[in-house]
Design a protein around this ligand. Sequence first.
Ligand code: PGA
Length: 243
Amino acid sequence: MKYIIGNWKMNKTAGEIVEFTRGLKKYKFPKDKDIIFGLAVPYVYLLGMSKLQVRFWIGAQNVSEHSHGAYTGEISAEMLADVGLDFCIVGHSERRTLYHESDAIVNEKLKQLQEYDMLPILCIGETLEEFEAGKTHDVLSRQIREALKGLDLKKEMIVAYEPVWAIGTGKSATAENIKESVSFIKSEIKKVGADYPVLYGGSVNPANASEILHIDCVDGALIGGASLDPDRYVQIASALYSN
Ligand code: PGA
């Protein structure tokens, strides 16, 4: 199975979403069951996405670590499951950095999602400083161990390797870096007794998609900026079925 998942972050208005879906309709997506197309959209548009008849997986970009109660502004895993979403991103580096989400909070969020059988896409990745200091393996290993503590490892999960220095910078990691880190992540996941697909994210664009998506251990891409434009999204997806 391969995954092409867009993460819109805090972008788009309702009108722009209509434009986006209109743009997508020009393309014939292969009915290949081995490729999943998905979009993580802002909360307020989640319900409307199904009305637009985009036959994509639709997911949220975040979830509360609490189950319910007096947490003004938060959205629970139960609510996400209630509106029939397909997945939820957890631990994106922007959440970890800008909103101070620790490994422990990421772990609580994953527990909430598991309770409602919602598929998580767990983001992990090292900062530039950690990369330059040769600490990539230590960081990835800690993030995996802490995130998965106390979880039901038989339930499905997707992991996305997103080196922080490659996100939104236009400078993706090299194929060699990606292969090395994704193989390492897969071996760490196996060590704790789980087996999850691993995507790559960080400046994926139509020019580098083919090289990245053809790395044998990479199960797909998590795409930020380039997923905002239907043509670029489709060009990236097309890289999966071209040589
Ligand atoms: P980017 O973002 O593709 O714009 O680098 C990736 C992400 O944050 O998931």
